[in-house]
Write a protein that binds this ligand. Sequence first.
Ligand code: FAD
Length: 498
Amino acid sequence: MSNKVSEPTAAGARRGAQVLERLRERPPNIWYAGEQVRDVTTHRALRGGAHTLARLYDLQWQHAKTTLFDSPSSGRKVARSFLIPRTQAELCGITAAMRVWANDTRGMMGRVPDYINRAMTGYAAGADFLSEADPRFGRNAVAYHEYLRENDLCLTHTLIPPQANRAVSMSHQADPYLAARVKDETDSGIVVRGCRMLATLPISDEIMVFPSTLLKNAAEDAPYAFGFSIPNDTRGLRFICRESVDYGRSHFDHPLGSRFEEMDAVVIFDDVFVPWERVFLYRDVERCNQAYARTGAVVHMTHQVVVKNIAKAEFMLGLAALLVDAIAVESFQHIQEKLSELWVGAESMKAFLRAAEADAAIDEWGVMRPAWNPLDAARNLFPRLYPRMVEIIQQIGASGLVAMPMEKDVVGPLREDIRHYYQAARAEAYDRIPLFRLAWDACLSAFGSRQVLYERFFFGDPVRMAGALVANHKRQIDEQAALVRQFVRQGRDEALGR
Ligand SMILES: Cc1cc2nc3c(=O)[nH]c(=O)nc-3n(C[C@H](O)[C@H](O)[C@H](O)COP(=O)(O)OP(=O)(O)OC[C@H]3O[C@@H](n4cnc5c(N)ncnc54)[C@H](O)[C@@H]3O)c2cc1C
């Protein structure tokens, strides 16, 4: 365990080998099935995701023109997802960079590092908002952003308190230290005790512990109101993993789960010390509740999310089209209707992104901020679209999704039976089987189910997000209501001869 919060050397954009090396040298304190994981790069439940992560960092060097830019401080090549965009061209450049990872993972790894890179870039860009509370906090955010960029570190993040009693706030739980809260404050930092519900991608270097917007009561919730970042090997910090959705099998058997298991973990803070230079928000409930919106961090994160959604929706469309073709069901009308639904979903996401870029404008911090309305629409729509996409794959694939041998069958003594009986109209058995295994992994396996849950909830409870949407866009809604009222009154007046 370590209390180190800074690196001696920074080398700019990393390659995969460096990512794995750091995970080995400074292992996050991860627990899996009752045991501490000493090396996530070799552990059966986590290595698939860790190696994919490493591959993504190699990929950024293979597409360096798109994914990297020259650091404004060191001149080194650094990841474009750390860029603070000042022009529309720079904003579109960030989209293009994020597409590289989203396309590679087919959108199945929501927490590729650019998600939190965009969040911390938003906080650094809007650092003046943090400084209004304490000048140190804004400076900390700017320095931390530079530190992440120059070291190309990878972050997980955690927002929400444990799901014990949702009828009352954090301060009214059975134990005041159930939800992570400030226990002590010293000249050098703060001490945090308690728990946060979830952090996806614990196989990372650092954790961003930020406020959820669930804070209600200014006085009572103040000890729960903070934003900071610390290394994942900080003393007292622990991650308890869920059961892996990587079955530890081949890419043939488990094409998605064997590659894209990002893992989710509960985060425990056992009197964790956080130095002041890593604190960005502190004991200010109002400011915590506003921080994502005012700095623009939520907009920059949603930008990444919509890029991921496009890749995912296009993947589901392509997958469905191949299933349809393989078993020759393309002439049935309901199949065409389903394909059209998938196409509309993918095109909608692309249109939202295009609108967000086209209507981007300089915000109060001088940042080219993507337009919020289309992004907000996209993030509220996709939790409904994605479960339907999965349902469509199930409806098209039908029993073909379970009448499916494994790799060992394909090369085993029954291979001739398999070659003969698993053929499809337009695919020989050895092409059909991997295709249907992919469809199974996208819509039936533990990996596929977790993807659905992820899309339903990862950005927040869809019910409360809808409530926030109505509140945030009230003026626009009221304007439309006024126009309709005018129309109704016009008809009424005509009828009554007024
Ligand atoms: C796969 C996955 C990955 C995630 N990764 C992360 C992560 O990396 N970091 C992170 O911080 N979070 C993460 N989350 C958590 C995510 O932010 C939450 O799931 C989301 O905010 C909803 O909170 P909850 O899950 O605690 O649901 P709860 O708040 O416990 O809600 C449970 C049910 O009660 C209803 N409910 C509860 N309170 C209210 C209310 N006030 N009004 C109306 N209905 C209510 C909800 O609608 C829901 O149906 C992840 C979630 C998932 C599923």
